[in-house]
Write a protein that binds this ligand. Structure first.
Ligand code: C5P
Length: 238
């Protein structure tokens, strides 16, 4: 299922490769985040991208524009399909990311990766937001950051499924919304706070779903991915 991106949140290339091999054909892509990247480096990114998998490099860059531009150029050279930055890094940082991705992709004669921005982590709730001094409330904060992301020329945002509506209203139908925090009633929520089921998130207007533990920690990851995909398909056709 094209919209289903599986988070390869494991420590070793061997585990990531084994999961990718089991899930290829059901997953629409694989997300590689800071855990795997920090333990194993870029080899696994290049390997999966090289064999035609869509790789979302989820390193959430957040630094001065020049540094982020260099990191985005390096990620583009690895052949990633999508990468992200933090929207709270500001408009200049996001524009620098966009330019770096486009220029590096043109140099390598490949399509520019999708560049998206994290609005607010899905593990944060209203209380956590207040603790870090953001007193406007989650919806206002997410809407503001999504609009800033769009005006900086990025392709979309990462956001909780609960904020899809406000983002769609501000940013339109073409803007990609990537939603982690996907849990069914039977899943353990873990550190996620603002969750929804996969069919609910798609019905609400998500472009891509990021699912980690409900698939990769399942006894049979392929069966778990198939179950999510079939729940989504029946929801989309009903
Ligand atoms: O295991 P789980 O399904 O919670 O995995 C969600 C994935 O999405 C994790 O890799 C996490 O780092 C990532 N993510 C998130 N919230 C964001 C951005 C990324 O949970 N706002």
């Amino acid at each position: 299922m094209d919209q289903l991106l599986v988070a390869l949140d494991v420590d070793t290339e061997a585990e990531a490769r084994a999961l990718a091999d089991r899930l290829r054909g059901i997953a629409g892509g694989f997300k590689i985040g800071s855990r795997l990247f920090t333990s194993e480096g870029p080899g696994i990114v290049e390997e999966l991208a090289g064999r035609g998998d869509r790789v979302f490099l989820d390193l959430k860059f957040h630094d001065i524009p020049n540094t982020v531009a260099g990191a985005v150029a390096a990620a583009t050279r690895l052949g990633v399909w999508m990468l992200n930055v933090h929207a709270s890094g500001g408009a200049a940082m996001m524009r620098a990311a966009r330019v770096a991705a486009n220029e590096e992709a043109a140099r390598a004669s490949r399509p520019s990766p999708l560049v998206i921005a994290v609005t607010m982590l899905t593990s944060l709730d209203e209380q956590a937001l207040t603790e870090i001094g953001m007193t406007d409330g989650m919806a206002t904060q997410v809407g503001r950051l999504a609009a800033l992301t769009e005006s900086a020329g990025l392709d979309g945002v990462v956001a909780s499924p609960h904020e899809i509506d406000i983002i769609r209203r501000r940013c339109g139908r073409q803007f990609a919304i990537v939603t982690p925090g996907i849990r069914s009633a039977r899943d353990v929520k873990g550190d996620q706070r603002r969750t929804m089921t996969a069919p609910e998130a798609l019905a609400a207007g998500a472009t891509y779903l990021v699912v980690g533990r409900p698939i990769i920690a399942a006894k049979d990851p392929r069966a778990a991915a198939e179950r999510i995909a079939s729940e989504c398909r029946s929801a989309l056709t009903s």
